[in-house]
Design a protein around this ligand. Sequence first.
Ligand code: ADP
Ligand code: MG
Ligand code: ZN
Length: 644
Amino acid sequence: MNGRNDNTGRRKPSKDYRPQWRFPFAYFLIAFALILIWQAVFSHLTVKTIPYSEFKEHLRSNEVVECRVSKDEINGKIMTRPGDGGGSDAAVQSAEGAAEENEFMFRTVRVDDPDLTKQLEESNVKYIGVKPDYLMQFLFAWILPIGLIVLLWVLISKKMGSAGQSMLSFGKSKARLVPDKSTGVVFNDVAGCDEAKYELQEVVDFLQNPNRYKSVGAKTPKGVLLVGPPGTGKTLLARAVAGEAGVPFYSLSGSDFVEMFVGVGAARVRDLFQQAKGQAPCIIFIDELDAIGRQRGVHVGAVNDEREQTLNQLLAEMDGFAANIGIILLAATNRPDVLDRALLRPGRFDRQVVVDAPDIDGREAILKVHAREKPLSDEVDLRRIAQATPGFSGADLANALNEAALLAARRHAKAISQKDLEEAVEKVVAGPERKSRRLSEQEKQRVAFHEVGHALVSAYSKGCDPVHKISIVPRGRAALGYTYQMPADNQYLLTHSELLDRIRGMLGGRAAEQTQYGEVTTGAENDLERATILARQMVCLYGMSETLGLAHGGKPNTPTFLQGDGSFYRDFSDETAREVDKEVKVILEKAYLEAKEILEQHKDQLEKVTGELLRRETLDGPAFYSLIGRQMPKEAPAAAPPIS
Ligand code: ADP
Ligand code: MG
Ligand code: ZN
């Protein structure tokens, strides 16, 4: 590998650590000054330092009571008598209080004076020679103040608490350690992804019985990557694994790593693994792995440099710990396509668990999980809600249930009703009702004809999903009205004729306007866009055109697990492009003509249903089908409460 690769592990943190030292340096300067002041005060407060000449003067006038003579200092006690013209001090003292005797401790620096002992004896002073007590001096002058200052430091940093901590542990891992078994989530809280749970059950087993695997020489996987669209419960699953196994759970998100400080990211990874090794068995969970795990060498710039180093460090650490020591790395992403290939090789994230959007049974199960602590009224049919929510992720469903609870609370109800749930789903799908958007009667009529057009054409086309609801209540950003169709069951494949039926249904709105008014409006733009995309997909991706044959041309614009609008890159010559356009036009035109034909044939029904819709603003499926005298397609329940 390249040189940069080698650096990452051993890189010395340089300037990032400077803030840690600037503070103590200033602190020591202040402390030193304090010590000097202390010493000055300590020695000057009690003992008066006098010149040697003055000492001799006091000695001559017999005022020195006692003294200690050491090698370079003399100290002792002096007693001045009033009225005595001893020294300059005596003059001051006599001014203050004449009658008093004055006694003070003195100190003076010793001068080479051979006659001193003789004079001391003459004036009858008690004198002793002492060796200087360096130890005491040292203790008092240095150790005591330093001790005090250290004590002060400890008190201050305790007061500062976490702020002080973070100042000293700069660059340490930000991973939260959730203590044992406290993720509080178990597999029962996750629904609708049984395959993923089955795979992860194995991981739980590794963590609980590592020896069983060791004894037969099996290496447990080091890393498990959860991939799937947003909101399908990847994060939830990871927490559930920790909860089931009852092991510590380290959780960080990929963007935690990506910081602009060079070198800190790598330091964090190292630190994290260090911590985890002390806690094994445990789980390290890296959410949104794509934030650090992107293909290396694709981009340039400081952020990416840093990211690559972090990734390198992660790879190195993953190689560094042996299998079976009880650390399992879980990661989640919805962009497995951009991950670095080195991350996915055996010995790293060698397991991939797909957590896909739930099917109808899964959705029902998820609704049940989230309805556990919500009071539902008896008539609630969660199966029906699951039916009405194809493409919803677990997070969407949880959100819809919560919206329903809010609606129920708003009308002071004790329990959530089916109507609350349906309203909530509609709100999530189409946006909230726009009460302020008032349409004129004429516009309302046009919208009604348009929507009934969709519904009728769909009802008379075998391959279309049953009509669930027609509404001319404006919702969300753009929709003035809408026709809500929903599949009766999961459907993974669509036939050629079903696709054509769908396109016809999409063009039904436009066809109704044309049939009724002989003129069209701008209201059909979204329908046209969707129909065109579908027709283009038929021609380019599904090989469903006679003239272009089986050649596959194009690549989806959006990555696997993210929903896009279905558009794709063109991957063919200009000549083919012309052919494609021609073919798309043929498909659309044919579908449009057929839609118009259906509506001409059932013009009486078109008018009848529109009249009813204008009166009621919304029509549900059963009401619509009974108006046109047809059987509602199978599975969709017949006895839904009418929506007024
Ligand atoms: P992801 O990490 O896949 O984007 P999350 O795990 O963060 O999604 O899911 C967000 C929320 O959606 C969860 O907290 C949970 O309430 C709900 N949820 C998602 N999937 C499921 C599921 N399969 N079962 C139960 N709840 C789910
Ligand atoms: Mg997540
Ligand atoms: Zn329309």
